[in-house]
Write a protein that binds this ligand. Sequence first.
Ligand code: ZN
Length: 244
Amino acid sequence: MALQKPKWGTPNIKANKESTMKRTVFVDIKPDSKIRVRFLPPWDSDGMLFFAAFNHYRYLDEKEKRAWACLTRHGTEADGACACCEMSDYLKKQRTKDEKRQGRDVEARGRWYSQVLVEGMEGEGPKLLALSKTTADQIIDILQLQATDDEAFFTDPEQGTWIQIERKGAKLETTYTVLPTSKRVPLSGLFPEWEDKMLNVQEALGLKIGDRKTQLASIIETFSKTVELDDVFPIEELTSAATE
Ligand SMILES: [Zn+2]
């Protein structure tokens, strides 16, 4: 006899709670906590474990906050030179502390992104982990060591292991400590569909690449009240960007 479906069920509190939580593809390591992550192997044949993304933060674009991808790193020749880099360089060279600080605030910031399964959230599939250069370097050191010792890489689908990342402190005082672990955890045991659900890291990041003219329009919106922009950029370029 076929099982009859019940007409009602019992509230599943855990599932309900989870359904209202914001799911994001980004992993965040909270201050003074540690997480364990299982790195997926590089997603394509170039063998890069990290995708380095450089963004200029704190811009406005039609009244919305906007981060522009740095054209020096991510632009094509047709996009033109990075106006956001020029803006930041100009401010950093000014006399007042405020201007110098503002210049540093809008300079390109690099983050190194990798895809990982997070312990305790393996079922959610690959997530993007953003690391600073120094932390990414610690991870690369482990790969180097494993290559030297002829050991399996921690990214290996079968032989790979958890990597523990501990965050201490907040803001400028933040430090990250990376520790390899020795227990082997096959990816298929953590998240069987891992191969199908692998992310194209660059695409998943959704970098906002605006050409020089687009950047200039945003620079005008962000800085025209506080900076004499015709000291920074040719007036024709500003006029053309403003009328766009
Ligand atoms: Zn730039």
